[in-house]
Design a protein around this ligand. Structure first.
Ligand code: GTP
Length: 363
């Protein structure tokens, strides 16, 4: 059984952190999202995954050296500087996937515990061309929404409807079972939206089905989603054990401290703090509801609340960073600077004065 993972998007909504890494390599509680996905596939008996990527993403995935859990990884590349969208990469991988049996497509940017065996079973029973895993959410307006018959045939598929106009709260969970027949529905060599072009055509022909999935589902499309998804995973997966670092720091669970993390005296870490590999925290620091990527340095007397701090960033002494702040890789925040809520800072920028309103610092 083949599985194609879509991983070549530009993740524009996750800037500035996605300026330097693809979404599929964003750490989820200190482990890249792709690693979680490969583990899940391997557990379910998959032996090979095809990654639909762009040139840059392929290089970064290879450099990341994440464990492959015995899976063979094959790359299917979008043409240089010509992104193919969410449908084009499926057509592009036609030869790699073959025409022998149904296959799975996963959006690489979601964390979804979908029962792969079950969705394939339903897909074959219904003799569908495509079966979409559907997940229930509070606010469907940011997603593709499906309306279903009792037999689970999708009668309408509406991409990002206004909240009042959404016919149901069942949304496209980004996991599809597809028949090789799907290749006839996707034009070649151009950008194609699966959601806006291919699915509506299948609805018209009565060949699109839904599979209601009740498992854990998290999208990391925007930085708020990303933070929330990490907090939910912390609650679920991390042993809430008290970890000694120096002895005089205070750890408020749940927290996740990766290898090589150091924390100074009288600092309070957590609740909901995720510190990446070799993050170094000074004394009298407070960090809560935040993610620190690997190699981050937080100097004495700083406070970080509800923020995401990119790899190798340096935070000076007495700095205050508020909710919704997102700092790119290699950012430097000098001593005593305060960042208001919602400030984002592009990679490698230096900030020497406080920023009092929500904005993006690009120079
Ligand atoms: P935004 O720019 O923030 O919307 O992000 P995105 O384009 O990466 O995400 P979107 O939700 O549109 O994409 C869903 C999935 O398809 C993600 O796993 C993307 O990596 C993938 N994807 C999107 N566009 C392309 C593309 O042009 N080529 C390939 N190979 N994958 C894509």
């Amino acid at each position: 059984m083949k599985v194609l993972i879509l991983a070549g998007g530009f993740a524009t909504r996750l800037r500035p952190l996605s300026c330097t890494r693809p979404k599929i390599l964003f750490p989820m509680v200190n482990k890249p999202l792709l690693q979680w996905t490969l583990e899940r596939l391997a557990r379910n008996g998959f032996k090979e995954a095809i990654l639909a990527v762009n040139h840059q993403t392929e290089i970064l995935i290879e450099q990341s050296r994440i464990p492959k859990h015995g899976m063979k990884i094959t790359y299917s590349r979008d043409p240089f500087k010509k992104p193919l969208g969410t449908g084009g990469p499926v057509k592009k991988a036609e030869r790699l996937i073959g025409h022998d049996e149904p296959f799975l497509v996963l959006n690489g940017d979601i964390f979804a515990d979908v029962d792969y065996t079950d969705i394939l079973k339903i897909h074959e029973e219904k003799d569908a061309v495509a079966t979409i895993a559907l997940h229930r959410v509070e606010d469907p307006s940011r997603y593709g929404v499906a309306e279903l018959t009792k037999e689970n045939r999708i009668t309408r598929f509406i991409e990002k409807p206004p909240k009042e106009a959404a016919p149901t709260n069942r949304i496209n969970a980004g996991v599809y079972a597809l028949n090789p027949e799907i290749f006839n529905y996707i034009p070649e060599k151009r950008k194609v939206s699966m959601e806006r072009e291919v699915f509506p055509k299948l609805v018209e022909e009565g060949k699109l089905y839904g599979y209601v999935s009740e498992g854990l589902w998290m999208d990391i499309g925007e930085s708020e989603d990303y933070l929330e998804a990490n907090e939910a995973l912390l609650d679920l997966y991390v042993n809430q054990q008290k970890r000694k670092v120096t002895g005089k720091e205070q750890v408020k669970n749940p927290v996740a401290l990766d290898k090589g993390v150091s924390v100074g005296e009288e600092s309070v870490i957590g609740p909901y703090a995720i510190l990446g590999r070799n993050a170094s925290v000074g004394s009298h620091v407070h960090i809560r509801n935040s993610i620190l990527f690997p190699g981050t340095v937080i100097s004495d007397f700083s406070q970080i609340r509800g923020a995401i701090i990119g790899e190798d960033a340096f935070i000076g002494k007495g700095v205050k960073i508020r909710e919704g702040c997102v700092l790119g890789d290699g950012v430097r925040i000098n001593d005593n600077v305060s960042l208001a809520k919602g400030v984002s800072v592009c990679p490698a920028k230096e900030v020497s004065e406080s920023v009092l309103t929500s904005k993006c610092i690009i120079k």
